[in-house]
Design a protein around this ligand. Structure first.
Ligand code: 5CA
Ligand code: ZN
Length: 411
């Protein structure tokens, strides 16, 4: 599937490479190097769970994709060649339900919302993935993955639907660290079916859903049907990135069951190594006191703000003012705060000398190397702008390049 256009990223290499950042790994519960010790020299591999395109991109989605854009930019500034894969869940229950509710063809709905997402990501100057991959176009990969799980004796049939025995992976539970007693309720809340009769274990997850009347289906060795959710990401990531890629990312609502189960499926499919080296999760953005979610309907859409004439740089700065791992609530006033911040930075540029600019590069790089601490990077820039210099402007280009390369904001 086509991604969206890229934007040029200025190089800061004249000051040497930045440090490879540390990130918080959910599985180990602490900071780890963002690149696996065994990764091929000079490269980094990232998989981020993409949208289910049944509604427009809201600020929670945007914040999550910006978090991984910070990581992508940090890796590039460290001189690494990045391979970035993102999926699109372009066939799944919520999409089919919405299309049904609105009397629309599910393919038209998905296509329209994917195109809107591309426009939002382009406006926000989020660097595109190298491989933007839809579930539908990946069905042969999914079929192959299910076949491998079946050959390993870890998949079974319940009235034509195929399930994965999650405990076939000895590491099941290690991503989330969640208590097995807590898992069934969370599983049920997030698309799972712990109570379905005929399953060998309540936590076993759906791999292949046999065709139902009125639902789209594709051929498979087990008859027509469509992919389950978790296997979509295991199959796409394994195919495009191989084993032990560096970072598996998404919002914290995906820790369990999604990332837990896709990792376990991948561990059985390719026993030669772990699925990912680190599992990195962005916090949940709320609005009106609750998590912003399509099902709750308390949404602020990026596209609506754009239609209202928003300067996307303001939105980018407003989102970056919150640490990516924090849960936080959106207030409309944050755009004004961001606008005045941008204006102060712009006003400080002409009086900046090279020594000041180089110091600022070091401060911003250090902040972002420490678990992508964008609020600390913003604070360093605020401190610089609070004392406008009377320098010769020799550092102006470097500061502009810094803010552009690392924060994605074109001053
Ligand atoms: N297609 C699946 C992933 S394979 C999915 O979760 N799609 S989604 O459209 O529901 O979410 C897209 C991304 O935005 C996911 O990484 C999700 O974790 C993240 N996300 C969803 N809601 C929020 C929120 N309120 N705050 C922050 N991130 C969010
Ligand atoms: Zn996913």
């Amino acid at each position: 599937m086509r991604a969206w256009p890229t934007v040029p990223v200025p190089s800061l290499a004249r000051l040497g490479d930045a440090a490879v950042p540390q990130v918080h790994d959910t599985a180990r519960g602490g900071p780890v190097p963002s690149v696996a010790p065994g990764s091929p020299q000079g490269s980094a591999r990232l998989y981020v769970c993409g949208i289910t395109p049944y509604d427009a991109t809201h600020l929670g989605h945007a914040a999550t994709y910006l978090a991984f854009d910070l990581l992508n930019r940090a890796w590039r500034d460290a001189g690494l060649t990045v391979t970035y894969v993102q999926n699109v869940t372009d066939v799944d229950d919520p999409l089919l339900e919405r299309a049904d509710r609105d009397g629309e063809d599910w393919r038209d709905l998905a296509e329209r919302e994917i195109e809107r997402f591309r426009g939002d990501m382009t406006a926000l100057r989020v660097l595109p993935p190298d491989h933007y991959v839809g579930a539908v176009e990946s069905i042969p990969l999914v079929v192959e993955a299910v076949q491998r799980l079946a050959e390993a004796g870890t998949a079974y049939d319940v009235d034509g639907d195929w399930y994965f025995s999650v405990h076939a992976d000895p590491a099941f539970g290690a991503v989330s660290g969640m208590d097995e007693d807590t898992m069934p309720a969370v599983f049920a809340e997030r698309g799972g079916d712990p109570d379905r009769a005929g399953k060998k274990h309540p936590l076993d997850c759906l791999l292949w859903r046999a065709e139902r009347p009125g639902e789209p289906s594709w051929p498979s060795p087990w008859g027509p049907g469509r992919p389950g959710w978790h296997i979509e990401c295991s199959a796409i990531a394994a195919h495009h990135l191989g084993t032990a890629f560096d970072v598996q990312g998404g919002g914290s609502d995906l820790v369990f069951p999604h990332h837990e189960m896709s990792a376990s499926e991948a561990h059985v499919m390719q026993p030669s190594g772990p699925f990912a080296h680190a599992y990195v999760h962005a916090g949940m953005v709320g609005y009106d006191g609750e998590k912003m979610s399509k099902s709750r309907g308390n949404l602020v859409f990026v596209s609506r703000l754009r239609e209202q004439g928003l300067d996307p740089r303001h939105l980018r700065l407003a989102l970056l003012a919150h640490h990516y791992r924090a849960d936080w609530e959106w207030f409309d006033s944050e755009l004004d705060v961001a606008a005045s911040r941008l204006a102060r930075w712009q006003a400080a540029l002409p009086g900046t000398d090279l020594v000041t600019a180089e110091r600022l590069v070091a401060e911003v790089r250090a902040a972002l190397a420490d678990d992508l601490d964008a609020p600390r990077a913003l604070a360093a820039l605020d401190a610089w702008a609070a004392e406008p210099g009377t320098g010769d402007g020799s550092g102006k280009t470097l500061v502009r390049d810094l803010v552009d390369a690392r924060l994605g904001v074109d001053l």
